[in-house]
Design a protein around this ligand. Sequence first.
Ligand code: KG4
Ligand code: ZN
Length: 339
Amino acid sequence: MILGIESSCDETAAAVYDGAQLLSNVVASQNDHIDYGGIVPELASRAHERVIWDTVAQAMSDAGVTREHIDAIAVTEGPGLMGSLLVGLCFAKGLSVQWQKPVIGVNHIDAHIYATFIDEKPELPFVSLVVSGGHTQLFHVPRPLRHEIMGQTRDDAAGEAFDKIGKLLGLDYPAGPVMDRLAASGDASFYDFPRAMLRKGLDFSFSGLKTSVLYYIQDIPEEQRDDYLKKHLNDLCASISAAITDVLIHKLRQAVRETGVKSVVIAGGVSANSMLREKARKMTGQLGISLHIPHPEYCTDNAAMIAVTGWFKAREGQYDDLRLKPYARHQWDKKSSAV
Ligand code: KG4
Ligand code: ZN
């Protein structure tokens, strides 16, 4: 029985997983950042500190368990905001001392990959596309905890691209879900924005698209700009979403071709995107392979995915101790389970 704790960004979360079933899943989202157009690290740490006790207590009570039932405490060790990570990590270490239970550090991106095991058993090996505000990566997963990175973004993450481009269009943060909604009634062929690095392996780049949208907007005469953007907002959202999702699907297809896998998993906040889902369904249908997208609440940041990944690590005896340290940036060689 694993208690999972997640605090890497702006969600304070706790969950209990018993190896077969998720017993509870609590997420406290922060709205302290609304006026700032992005996450303010110091405000995030303070908000975690305010709610972490209650969030963990709620997860334990929802699961109907007490400390005696818990075998280990899994906690996000990184990557993420250092102050935010420290709140979760120190809390987990405190519990570990008080409860006399081991602590297990979980890599946040690994956890996004294994979120799919919360409510299904995808056929192994699979290819996983993790797309969120902080990550855009492709993995080959022969079995749990033995994933290999195949490609990743060289600059912005896909969600970050949605959010930053949305801001240029005058939309509030996070712009991804709003652009998705507006794109539904827009014309994706309205403007042909660039699809970067299609022929360059499995890495991604989205910062050029952002610049291209910026130039597009600057080219509109200033006195007409607001009216023009208002009139064509849906078409622009559709055209931009098409550019982002075309690249994601193109690389995903290439990864499937290179590995010969029979199933694909898409996870992270951007997996909620309707255009991405539709294109992924079409692509996997054409190839005759299966598609798994975890339930939306397991795609955005949550502790259920931390608890499940912690359970896999416990099964292999991968426990940590109080020397466990947070890390802000991803360390493929050292900290991820990636081989
Ligand atoms: O996984 P997540 O909740 O947090 C992390 O970044 O780890 O992902 C949030 C990101 C934001 O960038 C948000 O704009 C994007 O996912 N997002 C979407 C959609 N829903 C969330 N992007 C495009 N379409 C959506 N429907
Ligand atoms: Zn995440």
